[in-house]
Design a protein around this ligand. Sequence first.
Ligand code: TYD
Ligand code: MG
Length: 453
Amino acid sequence: MAKSKTVFVCQNCGVESAKWIGRCPSCKEWNTYHEEIIAPASSKSLSFATDREKSKPELLDNIKADEKNRHKTGISELDRILGGGMVGGSLILLGGEPGVGKSTLALQLALALKNTTILYVSGEESNEQISLRARRLKGSNPLCYVLSETELENILAYSENLKPGLIIIDSIQTISNGMLESSAGSVSQVRECAAQLLKYSKISGIPVFLIGHITKDGTLAGPKVLEHIVDVVLYFEGDNNYVYRILRSVKNRYGSTSELGIFEMGESGLKEVNNPSDLFINQHDESLSGISIAATVDGLRPFLIETQALVSSAVYGTPQRSSTGFDIRRLNMLLAVLEKRAGFRLGIKDVFLNIAGGIKVNDPAIDLAIISSVLSSNLDIPISREVCFAGETGLSGEIRPVSRIEQRIREASKMGFKKICLSKYHRNVDIKGIEIEVVHVGKIEHLVRSLFS
Ligand code: TYD
Ligand code: MG
């Protein structure tokens, strides 16, 4: 028998090395090299190895591929992200932090797909636990099989028997291939199992839904390599203290990656949110200072979101700056612009910023709303609840145009806003038929004048 070989593999990016290294030359992480045993190549392939017939060259024009191969999942937010449904033979990876709701979403998917045999494999939960969860989700699917198994070969053997329409695996880090001696969750196991599953799904035409854990720093645990192997990479994000969850696609071989799905975690599982603006704007009866509404777009999806600021005299020598849901460095930059270009002495003030709903916003168009709420709190003058904002702020205090402005205006009007503030540099904005007053601002001074005078 050939002697088994060991290599050192970076658990962060998957780079291999013959000897141990303290710092990975590829991803620059420290102490990520672990020794892994590789089995001799001859014993590696599983029994269902590629059959020659299916992999012969074909003329592109002769290949029949139709959209019928897409199956609606029954969860419309998920369909939207997948580009209109699940494609047969695709490998979909769902990543997310522990507790965000990956298993819940996967089980809901299993319960929502009607008339399809489903093989739900869990390496983390027992059949009883899954059944309890299914009862909690108040769904039932008479064709859903549950399997507690971690051995890849067994999973594939059961799948060969059942011929399911979908395989769900919770999670890739718990399954292992007996041919490899390294433990489940190591880079070589994760990579090998994903590659085998990809091969299996391509040959059988069965879509496979994989769940993957992500590490503290937000990357898929170990397998950066996984992202290259699979067809679709979805990330499930959300703060455990809030009920909103956002499903994003970062890679999709069968659709666009600019879609976004929004869910609400409730008593009986995840509920789709069709009108996010409703959720992210708090209803106040009285007008309070320090609050303004931003018309943001995430991916292709417009929604309005409330920004809240509190500006008060600094208690300690060094003023505090704190921000939730918005980049603190960008907040500091905006404060510097306000100080330098509009003469507000914010350097001696504490500034606290909060984006409603525990949502993280990266859209630069939120700048204008942030500046407005900071100024409103600083001057203690409330901003009318009928105004919203969309604009980026430059270092010289100019208000810059932002993308998809018509979509933002339309969403604002739909939500009942009477006025929207945006950059005066927008050209050819087509707002025919939209009932809303558009206020163009060129510089922060103009904003201050139009808001507070
Ligand atoms: P889970 O799907 O187990 O997360 P993951 O697989 O990503 O680790 O869900 C975790 C949380 O969701 C858990 O803390 C409880 C909560 N939850 C609800 O609030 N309502 C529900 O109906 C279910 C099933 C879970
Ligand atoms: Mg789970």
